[in-house]
Design a binder for this molecule. Structure first.
Ligand code: NAD
Length: 506
């Protein structure tokens, strides 16, 4: 039987190498040093970016501080802020193809997924524009005849935004429009592996009329750029998406100034498959959940917990579907699984698979890198591993690749215990036709998002984030927006009724 469905390289005219510069106070800024990004799928240089140092990061932070303090954006009306955000949304839609192509070249993800990511992000900007106009505080008209209380919502101030490589444009759009809608000014640092779509967005912000200094971009590495953005006393908040290890470093760095920290970190997200489920849909969702974005996804459903009565048949279904997933050249619009971000990461994925097999798990499909015709060798086969036990690293740690670990259960209590037996708590799902089973699971699962009979659907209206070591704070939705706001209580006396504190008989 044919093992996998492979899309060899297609003929394609690659664009010129993208040249990225910092954006500081409305100007494009150079640095003496540069760094290159090689495409993981095409093994050629696809971008050259200036490499930020501490001095340039300092300039960007100062520019954001100055722009915030002058109030040109922070005191602008919600209507005027919304007008700019809506223009950005239109410009994103007009530039989807260009941005998506660069993102695929830098990340290796399938072009169809890049297009959906970039195009879909426009909706986050539109939703944030709606929040800019509708944000409001509270009033308290019940404090007595001579008192009125008002709770004001203020922008928190200067925000550092640090993003990872796996969804560079989407994750930036989960943060930036919400911070801007609140009236904050920002410094953004994209991942050194995928800097260009952030620079392209910077071009669109200028075109949309965002005032100079409101959004500054610094290209470069965690040290010194990201670390200075986390420690600097002119920064009021850091919002970070990335690994749990770096999230912990940022929390420590930020503690010296007690700035607010919001974190979106890793996950080890299970789907529980009950015997009464619609097993065709469940198998398809499991396949999507583990291979989407080449498995390099915080929401990857990298483990499934299947009832032991149906486990063997269900795994067969998933393996069969996995053979039909289109794997190969990410520039082919038909491809569903592309390249792995770096050779080091490919080796890390493979080490997890080899360790699981050495510990007694069963390799049902895949395992190992597989060169794709006409392209580089940085492709990892869709992989399914059964007979996984809860103590194995592959069941507990974030593999971040197209690798599914299969565990089994006997009772719902056991399935919920396995779900919660993790240091992570980003998302979890269950498949059952019984609404009571779904609700019992949803109430007891320790996760920021629970899906029942679906996987990875998200909406700008619904908050996203994790519990336990998957993060702190929330993004998107009203809750995500509130993260960028400070609360100020205003107490006002009405009339001349105040009783003097000091009684002086004369
Ligand atoms: P990473 O933590 O290595 O890097 C993320 C960003 O942090 C990059 O821009 C990097 O340059 C910067 N950085 C590195 N060291 C730093 C430091 N000391 N101080 C400040 N910044 C620093 O993560 P990654 O490999 O780019 O992304 C993969 C990880 O991101 C996975 O663990 C994944 O689960 C997680 N992720 C989480 C979510 C979510 O919403 N929960 C979404 C996507 C990715």
């Amino acid at each position: 039987m044919k093992d996998l469905t492979i899309n060899d390289a297609i003929a394609f005219d690659l664009p010129a190498v993208f040249e990225g510069r910092h954006l500081i106070a409305g100007e494009w800024v150079d640095s003496a040093e540069t760094f290159e990004r090689r495409s993981p799928s095409h093994d050629m240089v696809v971008s050259v970016s200036v490499k930020g140092d501490a001095a340039v990061t300092e300039r960007a932070i100062r520019a954001a501080r100055h722009a915030f303090d002058t109030g040109e954006w922070s005191r602008l009306s919600g209507k005027d802020r919304a007008t700019v955000l809506l223009k950005v949304a239109d410009l994103i839609e007009a530039n989807v193809d260009r941005i998506a192509l660069q993102e695929t070249l830098e990340s290796g993800k399938p072009i169809s997924q890049s297009r959906a990511e970039v195009g879909g992000a426009a909706d986050l900007w539109r939703y944030a524009a709606a929040l800019a106009r509708t944000m409001h505080g509270d009033s308290h008209n019940t404090l007595g005849d001579d008192m009125l209380g008002v709770v004001l919502k203020d922008p928190i101030g200067v925000v550092s935004i640090i993003t990872p490589w796996n969804f560079p444009f989407w994750i930036l759009s989960q943060k930036l429009p919400f911070a801007l809608a609140a009236g904050c000014t920002v410094v953004v640092k994209p991942s050194e592996m995928t800097p260009s779509s952030t620079v392209m967005l910077g071009e669109l912000l200028i075109e949309a009329g965002l005032p100079a200094g409101v959004c500054n971009i610094v290209l470069g590495y965690g040290a010194p750029v990201g670390s200075l953005m986390s420690t600097h006393d002119a920064v009021d908040m850091v919002t970070f998406t990335g690994s749990t290890a770096v999230g912990k470093l940022i929390t420590q760095a930020a503690s010296h100034t007690l700035k607010k920290v919001a974190l979106e970190l890793g996950g080890k997200n299970p789907q529980v498959i009950c015997p009464d489920a619609d097993l065709d849909s469940a198998a398809d969702a499991v396949t999507f959940g583990v291979y989407f974005n080449v498995g390099q996804c915080c929401n990857s459903s990298s483990r499934i917990i299947v009832h032991e009565d149906i486990a063997e048949a269900f795994v067969k279904r998933v393996v069969d579907l996995s053979r039909h997933v289109k794997f190969g050249d990410p520039l082919n619009p038909d491809t569903q699984v592309g390249a792995i971000v770096t050779p080091e990461h490919t080796a890390k994925i493979d080490a997890y698979v080899k360790a699981a097999v050495a510990d007694g798990a069963t390799l049902e499909l895949g395992g190992g890198a597989l060169p794709v015709g006409g392209l580089g060798a940085q492709f990892y086969q869709p992989t399914v591993i059964s007979n996984v036990t809860p103590d194995m690293a592959i069941a507990r740690e974030e593999v971040f690749g197209p690798v599914l670990a299969v565990l089994t259960y006997r009772t719902l209590d056991e399935a919920i215990a396995l779900t919660n037996d993790s240091e992570y708590g980003l998302s979890a799902g269950i498949w059952s036709e019984n609404v009571h089973t779904c609700l019992a699971f949803a109430r007891r699962a320790q996760a920021g998002t629970v899906w029942t009979n679906t996987w990875m659907d998200g909406y700008p209206e619904l908050a996203f984030g994790g519990v336990k070591q998957s993060g702190q704070g929330r993004e998107i939705g009203r809750y995500g927006f509130e993260e960028f706001l400070e609360v100020k209580s205003l107490v006002m006396r009405v009339g001349r009724s105040r009783t003097p504190w000091v009684q002086h008989g004369g």
